[in-house]
Design a binder for this molecule. Structure first.
Ligand SMILES: Cc1ncc(COP(=O)(O)O)c(C=O)c1O
Length: 483
């Protein structure tokens, strides 16, 4: 056996040919998405490829590619497909895919140091400041997703409430009395963030939502007053710009005023909705977002960047830094050389090793421009309005929530005792049929079919197919026809 000097290919020409084939296949896949099923159940044979023992010997790249083509690609979750409307997921774009390739080729570590990838990430911070009307002293950080960004924001809020001594001493007795506020329609990750920061989920007061699924301001005032009277220390108010179930937007301006009066950190979970600021038609509905102390959102949802690309923007950069920056001899900064630069991304969050997420977002924003991305966002909202009209016009369907943005919750009318089971069965049948893929949620104690239209490829045909297939599956279920 010849001794290898590195893990690079022995035959660069052959490797290049194989790489070009793989790139072609990726492009073929994206180009032909509409002709494929949105989802199909992974076969046993496909799964068996991934239950092998640890490989000890090498396998040719072409064989690995073949396995990917046969056992992974056909069984993806389908979020790139125009018929995908389940959960809240972006579709990706070709510029984003290519940027991922370039980023992987560079293999940059964006924890810090003086190199150009950091400058690209800083460019994104500046653009994000501009998008949300934040000052240039605001700081930002790419993270995995909004769940993580919300968690980091709660830590920033803790530093603001308790000072930074808590980083050294822990929460102690003082921390046990901290309370946070969000609506009952807030995403579960906000509750989880309070758990992970050590306060416990119960420290998050879930304030009732109104009939538009927005936080009820009178109830909020009442709950805060009650907590103060009981000796608690309210420290954080989380508004939602686009709730996960219905797309409702809290009254952000009013929440900013409450936060100011009560001296709370005002954080906005804008996982998908925050990027509505890119559309002149939607931006006015987000009025007040510019007043937040921090905003969490995802470029991988309405921003259509490939997974993953969550983001946290913090108004007070000093507060942000003091929440996370930690000195270490091996991370010391030098006046010159690769170790230069005053503040590094690792000073703004817990991750030291970080990939080049910024590049795919930079490519996406530059390739399309903010205006075109905003128009794509607007189209998803128009499709949601159209879907709501089709549902309202169909006697066998029932709309279950107002449509604020791009999410439509509805259900097939069936006798009360069967309705939840019938609608769950409809969604499973829709997935198995492979034309459209909505998801399920529960609203007001009832099972709802939820179409979250996030995908820039979704169009009128997909909306019409969702309505027609739901009716067909609903009739089948009610007449007990097998799937
Ligand atoms: C309002 C809201 N918050 C948070 C999240 C979680 O975001 P991520 O999946 O990027 O962690 C979502 C996901 O859909 C969401 O809609």
């Amino acid at each position: 056996m010849t001794q290898r000097r590195s893990l690079d290919p022995d035959d660069w020409r052959a490797a290049r040919r194989q790489a070009h084939r793989m790139l072609d296949d990726v492009i073929d896949h994206i180009e032909s998405l509409r002709d494929q099923p949105v989802w199909r159940a992974p076969t046993t044979t496909a799964r068996e490829h991934f239950t092998e023992d640890l490989p000890r010997a090498p396998t040719a790249l072409s064989d690995l590619h073949q396995t990917f083509l046969e056992a992974v690609l056909p069984y993806s979750s389908g979020n790139a497909h125009p018929g995908f409307m389940g959960w809240v997921q972006g579709a990706g774009t070709l510029p984003g895919v290519l940027a991922e390739l370039l980023a992987a080729g560079l293999n940059a570590n964006l924890g810090g140091r003086d190199h150009m990838a950091i400058a690209v990430e800083r460019q994104l911070t500046a653009w994000t400041q501009q998008m949300f009307g934040f000052p240039t002293s605001a700081t930002g950080l790419f993270v995995t997703g909004t769940s993580q960004a919300n968690f980091l924001a709660t830590l920033v809020a803790r530093g603001r409430a308790l000072g930074f001594e808590a980083r050294r001493t822990g929460l102690g007795d003082k921390g046990l009395r901290l309370t946070a506020y969000a609506s009952s329609a807030a995403h579960g990750c906000v509750r989880q963030a309070l758990d992970m920061m050590g306060l416990g989920e119960q420290a998050l007061r879930l304030v009732p939502a109104d009939d538009q699924h927005r936080i009820c301001l009178a109830s909020l005032a009442h709950v805060i007053a009650q907590d103060r009277a009981a000796g608690c220390t309210p420290f954080l108010l989380v508004g939602t710009a686009g709730t996960v179930d219905t797309g409702a937007i809290d009254d952000l301006g009013a929440l900013a005023a409450v936060a100011r009066a009560e001296q709370l950190h005002f954080h906005i979970d804008g996982a998908f909705g925050a990027l509505g600021v890119l559309s002149p038609a939607i931006a006015p509905r987000l009025e007040g977002i510019q007043l937040a102390d921090s905003i969490a959102f995802d470029w991988h949802k309405w921003g259509q960047a490939p997974y993953d690309a969550g983001y946290l923007l913090v108004r007070d950069g000093e507060l942000h830094r003091r929440t996370f920056a930690a000195e270490a001899a091996y991370l010391q900064r030098s006046p010159r050389g690769l170790g230069a630069g005053a503040w590094w991304p690792c000073d703004y969050g817990p991750d030291l090793s970080r990939g080049f997420r910024a590049l795919k977002v930079w490519f996406t924003l530059k390739a399309y421009g903010a205006r075109e991305l905003g128009e794509a966002i607007e189209r998803t909202c128009s499709l949601a309005s159209r879907l709501a009209e089709l549902v309202a016009a169909e006697p066998r369907l029932e709309l279950l929530a107002p449509v604020a943005l791009n999410i439509v919750c509805f259900r097939f009318r069936a006798p009360d005792a069967d309705a939840d089971a019938v609608n769950s069965e409809i969604v499973m049948r829709l997935h198995e049929a492979g034309r459209v893929a909505p998801s399920l949620t529960r609203l007001g104690g009832r099972t709802a079919i939820r179409a979250a239209i996030v995908n820039h490829r979704t169009d009128e045909r997909d909306i019409a197919a969702l309505v027609a297939s739901t009716l067909e599956m609903g009739r089948q279920c009610c007449s007990r026809e097998p799937a």
